[in-house]
Design a protein around this ligand. Structure first.
Ligand code: DC
Length: 230
């Protein structure tokens, strides 16, 4: 049976990665979280002091861009791949609210997008991949056989994210999380290069009132029926 490419895009904290991970596992496909790649570059910029009070120093980051090496390494204990930045496991550090605060400002930079899109295309060249992000169905894999676009009401998404951050021990206020979710949606949807938008042939899934199990079953059914037609 031929393998396909599955693109999962959508707004922040819609549960894209949870579904994408489950789907990849069920199909025996590779899972790639492209948000982790933008987050890792943001972490690099923060550590190097390239981000001042509000905005990143674009020139300094661009000078260092080819020194930034990103890699996913499979962790058999967890059953998924973790993000490595210049050979260091940064999986936990890239998920903090601090990284979330700046990541959209790094993701608008054309050269950053160019570098990451090339890497992503390379990772998917043999198909058999589930990739989640913002521009997967529109830019990275416009020919993906299955494209899903996930949405949910902002307060529901912020609540999910708030609970997740609390469970990781972050000391945060709900209003800050909601503000961050709304700000990222705005920047991600309005940037000049490959903004977040639904690909014309993507299936929209509003999961405001759906359980993770329902979402998984729906997407798994869609994927299986396309795979069976190959
Ligand atoms: O999926 P996430 O929330 O971890 O993504 C973090 C940020 O990275 C998101 O706010 C926008 C950016 N991003 C992007 O611009 N393009 C992608 N393909 C994935 C993420």
């Amino acid at each position: 049976m031929k393998k396909i490419t599955i693109a999962i895009d959508g707004y922040s904290s819609t549960g894209k990665s949870t579904i994408a991970k489950q789907l990849a596992k069920a199909l025996g496909y590779v899972y790639v979280d492209t948000g982790a790649m933008y987050r890792a570059i943001t972490l690099y910029a923060l550590k190097k002091g390239f981000i001042g009070s509000e905005h990143p120093d674009r020139e300094k980051l661009l000078r260092d861009l080819n020194k930034i090496q990103l890699e996913f390494r499979f962790n058999p204990e967890l059953g998924f791949s973790e993000m490595y930045l210049n050979s260091e496991n940064v999986e936990k550090e890239i998920r903090t609210l601090e990284v979330s605060r700046y990541v959209s400002k790094i993701a608008v930079i054309e050269e950053v997008r160019h570098k990451l899109v090339q890497l992503q295309k390379e990772m998917g060249k043999n198909k058999g991949i589930v990739m989640d992000g913002r521009d997967i169905g529109t830019v990275v894999f416009p020919d993906a056989e299955l494209k899903i676009f996930m949405t949910a009401a902002p307060d529901i998404r912020a609540t999910r994210r708030y609970k997740e951050l609390l469970s990781r021990g972050e000391d945060i206020a709900f209003d800050d999380v909601l503000k961050n979710v709304e700000e990222r949606d705005y920047i991600d949807s309005n940037r000049e290069f490959s903004p977040l938008k639904r690909a014309k042939d993507a299936i929209e899934l509003d999961n405001s009132t759906m359980s993770p199990k329902e979402q998984f079953e729906r997407i798994h059914r869609l994927a299986s029926s396309i795979i069976n037609q190959q």
